[in-house]
Structures are given as C-alpha cells and as structure tokens.
Design a binder for this molecule. Sequence first.
Ligand SMILES: [Ca+2]
Ligand SMILES: [Ca+2]
Length: 286
Amino acid sequence: MRFLFLAATTLLWLQNTTSAQSAWPVAVLDWQFGTGQAFGQEAAYFPANVLGPLIGPITPTAPASTPEQVVSLGRGGWIAVTFDPPIINGPGPDLTVFENAFFYGPNEDLIFDEWLEVAVSADGLTWHTFPNDCGTGAGMAGRTPTAAFGTDYQDPALSGGDSYDLQDLGLDTIRHVRVTDATACQTADRLAAELDGIVALNQVVWATSRHSMLSTPFSLRALCGTTCRLRSSNRVSAAAVYNIQGQCMAQLAAGSEWELPALSPGVYLFRARYQDQEVHSRFYLH
Ligand SMILES: [Ca+2]
Ligand SMILES: [Ca+2]
C-alpha cells in the first residue's frame, strides 16, 4: 500500500520519494588545500577519494594509503562535503570521520594520528565546530584507526574512526561536514592529516518503502489559502516539516490538523509517528 501525500490545491504537488540515498558524501561543497602535502589532490583522484564508501584495503595497522583512497588536506587545509539526505540527531553518534591513523610499535599499541577539526552546517554558510582541545587532541578526528575493511562502518562500536553526536552542538539536522587539518597542534613529524571518508549514522529517510509497512491507509491533505493547513486522515503523534537543507521549519504537535508557517517555494519533507512507525513524504511547494 502506498503512502499518498494528497494536494488539495495546485500549491502542493504529490511527489513520490524515489531519489537515491547515501550514507556517504555525495558531493564536495568546497575545499582549500593547505601547504606541504599534496597527496591524492590530483583531479584523477580528488574528489572521488572522499566521496562514497571507503574502499579497501584497510587494516588498523596498514591503513588506507593510496591516492584512490585518501587525500591529504595539506597544512591547515579543509574540505567540506555534502550529504543527501541530511544527517539528523538520532540516538547516539550521528556521523563518523575516517582519517588514516594507524597502530604501530613493538606491541602495535601506539597510534600515528593526524588531527582534524570537525564542523557541521545546515546551509553551508553558518558552521558549528565540535569542541576540541589543541593541546590534548580531545574532540579531534583523525585519532582512531579505521577497522579492517569489511567491518560495518556505520557501527561506531566497531568501525574505528572518530564519531560525533549532533546532540553535543544542540543541532537537529545538518547537511554539510567540514574537516580542517589541525596537525599544527601536534609534533613536527605530523605534516598534514588525510581524509578517507565520512559516514552518516542517522539521516532523514526519504524512502516511501517504509510506508508500505503501514497496516491501514494514511493520507495527508494540504489546504492552502492565505495560509496553508495540513490535515491527515489519522491522528499522529509529534510531526515535523523540514526543508531540503534539513532544517526543521515547523514542529507539529500530536493531532490530525495543523496550520503551517509561511514557507518559501521549494521541496519539503513531512515526518511523523503513526502506528508506532515513522512516516515520511516529500512535497514541493511553489
Ligand atoms: Ca545523536
Ligand atoms: Ca594520516
């Protein structure tokens, strides 16, 4: 049974949500390489080496080290990548950053780490930096070796890398993640950090497939006059409307009818709890 988002006027289109989704970055928003190291920066390798899933071989003692796998940021360099769908503040960590730190030494208990400062943004303009300490490295990425290739890199208990929780910044949703080389905080043998990849752990779910799990029909009607109202066929618990940048535009209380705030033209996501499941749909307002 398909979930239908019904438009009462031509202001709201019915849209099926069939776009591809990825837990890994889909684009580089912007970047600026620093000095000293240029490994993997050639167009033949970058930005492919920071987009999509990690590729092998990788072990905690023999990390990703080919230009197909990693790019060096250069001293003080940075890269900002984009996620689609947006990353949300779900239970526990919401994203994990993978550098190519590795274990070494006689007992393989020392870590060669190169630090990265991590910041996130909903719109690509305003950035929020995860708290970190240049002296101790606390809060930096690039400190934890990546688990062997084949591990579930979306399980932060197993994946290695360094995980971050949007809760710590008080943010609900973000679309971009920026990593900045912070090896200036470290000893002189650290020349510049690499970026291997970044994975989302909690994301907005666009898919309609989950709606088919509903045991009874569910529909939603938008009535737009001077203001727009949403009316659902069944009472839902707390719902929300997000814009395409992943920003929450309206928190909707439990119920079956709501008045929406003024929204500019664009694509929006409706998300609610219904029959102990989440329902999602994308709609276009113009
Ligand atoms: Ca979280
Ligand atoms: Ca490195």
